[in-house]
Design a protein around this ligand. Structure first.
Ligand SMILES: *Cc1c(COP(=O)(O)O)cnc(C)c1O
Length: 436
């Protein structure tokens, strides 16, 4: 076969600067952790990944799966949906998330490829180089990753662990300048497990109102709150501040891989008309979210019984309590009790350490010696903390008939043993490396 004339050799093909400055801090820290020194005699217990399906013994609700099976078999959802999403699915979200002071129509909902994509669209529609946004610190690392890609600045506002990770409002105010375009809040939160009471949400709204800034509310853990806490969408507490709320199926329905999320536009006085147009235009970039999951969405929301959600929540709460109880008795550790979500942040009292330099060192040595993997706080902008993921493995535990399900019980016992073991190993580790 003839080939084109031999000429100059190919030069290195350059990647764009936007692609090369895109980095996920979790990946960067995790990649720096060396797994080659791991203690091979102990099986690895990963308490690091925010994926509720990671243990393989936690399944989505039967009704959730059935909804997707039905739409798949119907062959009615194989075409391109509208870029902003199918009307039936948007109607279901509008109905589910309407609040008394702001009733929603399907036009207020845009479906996205996971909540990550929803965040990307919201940040892209509001930001550009030279502008800035206020984000939580510690916080979910994706916010900064997306802003770096856009070329916009992020300014981290402090959260106070001693007040249940509430926002330091004075600090928040001090960060605002004429180039600030929005305040991003995450409630209930990852990695802190904080759930803000009404009074605190109102204080945040007051700051936004005074500065005339819209709010992006990452509410993907909506309703994943423990008894005694209320899950309040921030948009339900204001008649003035415009809010873009983002969420998704991933966490509440335990299907992160299905990639379905949404943006809800709460716009009381029609100040978001340009933003809506921008979001709709941006949604055409990928021609919309997965059609099968969109088509199944109304049934998923309607058919998954409350009892299933409650049983997942009970398990999460039990594991949160157990984790907190164990950790608070370990040398040199200071856990902060979560009020929701599936995470607990644990402070490391470095002044009590014998030979631990910082959180990365703690996580590395814990992995080497005990094969327990937790994420260093630096992934979230919180040095001298680490984050533990506790996930509900026992979706059916509380229901009658579980004893017949030998397989499930077997998995459950296996998981529980690992979970207890992880804390035993951590306790041994702290006895060796930290003073009491
Ligand atoms: C998991 C998570 C997301 C992303 O959700 P996906 O739907 O999987 O993209 C967004 N925000 C927070 C705080 C999360 O923990």
């Amino acid at each position: 076969m003839e080939t084109v004339e031999k000429g100059q050799p190919f030069p290195c093909i350059e990647a764009s600067s936007a692609s090369l400055r895109t980095s996920n801090p979790i990946r960067e820290v995790v990649d720096r952790i060396d797994t080659s020194q791991m203690n091979k005699s102990k099986p690895m217990i990963p308490l690091s990944i925010g994926d509720p399906t990671v243990f393989g013994n936690l399944n989505a609700c039967e009704e959730t799966i059935q909804a997707v099976v039905e739409v798949t078999k119907s062959c009615q959802a194989n075409g391109y949906p509208k870029a902003v999403g199918m009307i039936e699915a948007r109607t279901a979200i509008a109905k589910e998330f309407t609040v008394p002071n702001c009733s929603l129509t399907p036009a207020d909902v845009i479906l996205t490829s996971g909540c990550s994509h929803a965040l990307q669209l919201c940040l892209e529609v509001l930001l550009e180089p030279g502008k800035n946004i206020l984000i939580p610190n510690p916080g979910f690392p994706l916010y900064k990753t997306i802003c770096d890609y856009i070329g916009a600045e992020t300014r981290g506002y402090k959260l106070s662990p001693e007040r249940g990770w509430q926002i330091d409002l004075k600090h928040l105010r001090a960060l605002i300048d004429s180039n600030t375009r929005a305040i991003l809040i995450n409630n209930p939160s990852n990695p802190c497990g904080a759930v803000y009471p009404k009074s605190h949400l109102c204080e945040i709204l007051k700051v936004a109102e005074e500065a005339k800034l819209p709010i992006i509310a990452d509410e993907i853990y909506h309703q994943i709150v423990f008894p005694g806490n209320e899950s309040i969408p921030i948009a339900s507490l204001t008649n003035v501040v415009p809010v873009l709320s983002v969420g998704g199926l991933a966490k509440r329905f335990l299907v992160p891989g299905w990639r379905l999320g949404w943006i809800i536009v709460y716009d009381h006085h029609n100040v978001f008309s340009q933003v809506r147009e921008g979001l709709e235009r941006l949604s055409t970039l990928i021609m919309g979210a997965n059609s099968l999951i969109q088509a199944a969405l109304p049934k998923i929301i309607q058919n998954v019984p409350t009892s299933w959600h409650l049983s997942v929540l009970r398990n999460l709460h039990m594991q949160a309590n157990y984790s907190y109880e164990r950790l608070s008795h370990m040398n040199g550790l200071e856990p902060v009790m979560p009020q929701g979500s599936m995470y607990i942040m644990v402070g490391i009292q470095i002044e009590k350490s014998r030979d631990i330099k910082n959180d990365i060192d703690f996580c590395q040595k814990l992995l080497n010696e005990e094969s327990v993997f937790v994420l260093p706080g630096q992934c979230f902008g919180a040095s001298n903390y680490f984050r533990i993921v506790f996930c509900a493995p026992m979706d059916k535990l509380a229901e009658v008939g579980v004893l017949q399900d030998v397989m499930k019980l077997y998995l459950l016992i296996g998981y529980l043993r690992l979970f207890f073991q992880a804390y035993n190993r951590m306790s041994d580790f702290c006895r060796r490396h930290m003073r009491s």
